[in-house]
Design a protein around this ligand. Structure first.
Ligand code: PRT
Ligand code: MG
Length: 209
């Protein structure tokens, strides 16, 4: 049995066509079904539907053999106990530092950065030798500078519309983000042929887009 972990939303929408090109189709309708394990047209392949940020955990522990996760989630998880053999080039966006255009940056205290990406933010500013105080939020980061909770935010930017709607601008580029296929290390050994075959098909589907 091969279990593939996916999150609902944009990753699911963009991964399904790639899987279809590899001959794998969900039998249950993923949009309407409340099942967390979806059957596919192949008896030995199931789709496991979980939170985006839980995908690396499931795959690392072998609860899923394969997963699809945003590079943001993988950078934040920061663990090399996973193989990351394929860039699916879906759900693309950028990890950015953002804030007010002409914000006057305080010099009597450390910069305050609001983000849900604490590890990425920590590493980014540490590499530059900039002392910051990181404020962990779980969503709506764009609000933080407006209500004076933080000077800057670190978040994903796709069109830039969310920043713009809140009077913010992208200031510094941290990383280009897309979704990656991740594979459990033991599964890669134990189910090598099956996984290699899937990787081949998906690689071709990505290249054909
Ligand atoms: O379920 P949970 O909330 O824990 O997970 P999630 O919110 O990470 O899931 P989801 O489905 O929203 O995102 C899954 C993955 O999609 C992310 O991990 C990214 O790799 C990728 N992705 C690509 C994005 C975006 N583009 C994106 N624009 N994820 C989030 N956004 C958000 C961003 O955080 C900001 O709030 O969209 C807003 C900005 O969009 P623009 O177009 O206004 O710039
Ligand atoms: Mg979300």
């Amino acid at each position: 049995m091969l279990k593939i972990a996916l999150s609902k939303g944009r990753i699911f929408e963009d991964t399904l066509p790639l899987l279809a090109q590899a001959g794998i189709e969900a039998v249950d309708n993923p949009k309407t079904s409340r099942k967390l394990i979806l059957d596919t047209n192949q008896d030995d392949i199931k789709l496991v539907v979980i939170r985006a940020s839980d995908v690396p955990t499931y795959v690392e522990y072998g609860a899923a053999d394969i997963g699809v996760a945003g590079k943001d989630v993988l950078m934040e998880y920061d663990n090399d106990d996973l193989y990351e053999p394929l860039d699916l080039k879906i759900a693309q966006c950028k990890m950015m530092v953002a804030g007010f255009k002409d914000a006057d940056i305080p010099n009597h205290r450390r910069l305050r950065i609001a983000t849900k990406y604490v590890n990425i933010t920590q590493r980014y500013f540490a590499e530059q030798g900039r002392q910051v105080e990181i404020i962990k939020l779980y969503g709506s980061m764009e609000l933080a500078p407006i209500v004076n909770l933080a000077d800057l935010i670190v978040d994903l930017v796709e069109t830039g519309n969310t920043l713009k709607a809140n009077g913010l601008v992208p200031l510094e580029h941290i990383a280009d983000i897309s979704s990656r296929l991740v594979v459990n290390k033991a599964a890669m050994k134990m189910q090598h042929e099956k996984i290699k075959d899937l990787l081949n098909h998906l690689g071709k589907a990505v290249a054909a887009k």
